[in-house]
Design a protein around this ligand. Structure first.
Ligand code: ZN
Length: 406
């Protein structure tokens, strides 16, 4: 019975009878709409909240380029829509949001490692876990199970942690979200982080002791912003933060590092004569508790969608000025209550059909079945067991906080 239900669901997806999704990359975050509201939101955004999934941009034109639609011929979309009569839609199996499927995955797919699709619309095969403790790092928010990445990213993070400790005098890294075991969309937070090529690193230095699991759930990160939200707080921001951002942005494999505009400004003003790494440091909303590191498509991932190249200059001129115009723009006047307000239709969530076809192999049909079943447990197909991590904290694991958007 369950099998049959899923067969219908898979068929519906494969036949394209589900609604075509004109999905955008978390457009609510883009800077050209409601700037002041976004600035306020930026100030309230906690460490691992929604991410800039695309190259940060200050113009709508750039944003359009930043949200690739992999199967996106307009003619094909029109054909799909015309081919789905109302009766067929009524009988269609319920659409399962891809975030539910990928969010239920507990272990990686036992496949050759590769990133599939776009940073905000894809998945990850053969993921590797970042051990929760290393010589110079500790993973945070363990209940989220998002310490998975492409092996290339995991290797880079391990090397990076060692180098900041050894060469920059940084106590060690607190590592936030990377990706889910099979990548893909998440139930909470993040438009990107879907390919195992993105990682959030806290600006807060690692404490000298090993944190308990409970502490890793609850420890608050420190905002680097001053109360004006336009500059950094010199009491917490310093040369150490400059050094660790500089180091990671200097790695050839790193394509982008996302930080709040005020942090970009502070980096621009740090006086470094080498401006090349600064070009990779991109201003974006949020990102003042943590910075976001993104590596490029690995050579083993031919179906990974490359991003547009970054502009050649250091980004400390007009681009930053444009961001400050947005940050300081007056709030839009609220519409008068007597005026009719057109309701905004919520954006439908991504489905498996919106992701590259290879992502269906990554989750496996069985996983989709179990996820779709109200009583079903998640028993992923072709899963490999999560590796045992050395140096597991001795404190009892107590889940005190849900893996929300904070
Ligand atoms: Zn991020």
């Amino acid at each position: 019975m369950r099998k049959r239900f899923v067969s219908m669901a898979v068929l519906a997806v494969a036949c394209g009878t589900l609604p075509a999704v004109a999905w955008a990359n978390d457009s609510a975050q883009f800077p050209w709409t409601g700037a002041a509201a976004k600035a306020a939101a930026a100030a309230a955004t906690p460490p691992t909240a929604k991410e800039g999934a695309s190259p940060p941009a200050v113009t709508p034109a750039k944003a359009a380029n930043a949200t690739p639609v992999p199967d996106g011929g307009t003619a094909a979309q029109a054909a799909r829509e015309n081919a789905a009569p109302p009766a067929a839609k009524e009988n269609a199996a319920p659409v399962i949001p891809a975030k539910k499927i990928f969010g239920a995955m507990k272990a990686p797919a036992d496949m050759k490692a590769r990133a599939i699709g776009a940073y905000s619309r894809g998945c990850l095969a053969g993921a590797k876990a970042l051990p929760i403790d290393g010589t110079a790092w500790q993973a945070m928010r363990l209940s989220r199970n998002r310490n998975w990445g492409h092996p290339k990213l995991i290797a880079l993070l391990e090397k990076y942690a060692g180098e900041v400790k050894e060469k920059d005098g940084w106590p060690g890294l607190l590592v936030g979200d990377i990706s889910q075991p099979r990548g893909g969309p998440m139930l909470t937070g993040h438009a990107s982080h879907q390919l195992g090529l993105d990682a959030d690193i806290w600006f807060t230095p690692m404490p000298s002791r090993r944190l308990s699991k409970t502490e890793r759930e609850n420890l608050a990160a420190t905002s680097m912003l001053a109360s004006d939200n336009l500059s950094v707080n010199k009491k917490v921001w310093g040369d150490g933060q400059v050094k660790i951002v500089r180091r990671v942005a200097s790695y050839p494999d790193v394509e982008r590092v996302l930080v709040h505009p005020a942090i970009k400004k502070a980096l621009c003003e740090a006086g470094d004569t080498d401006r090349k790494w600064l070009a990779k440091v991109r201003p974006y909303w949020g990102h003042f508790y943590h910075f976001h590191v993104r590596i490029g498509c690995p050579p083993d991932s031919p179906s990974c969608t490359k991003q547009a190249p970054i502009p050649g200059d250091d980004g400390c001129g007009k681009e930053l000025d444009d961001w400050y115009k947005l940050l300081t723009a007056p709030p839009k006047p609220k519409p008068r209550s007597v005026e009719p307000v057109k309701p905004v239709k919520p954006k439908p969530p991504l489905t498996l059909a919106d992701l590259p076809a290879e992502c269906r192999d990554v989750v496996g049909d069985d996983a989709a079945i179990e996820t779709a079943s109200p009583q079903g447990k998640s028993t992923p197909a072709k899963a490999v067991p999560a590796p045992k991590t050395a140096n597991t904290p001795s404190a009892p694991a107590k889940k005190t906080k849900s893996a929300g958007t904070d």
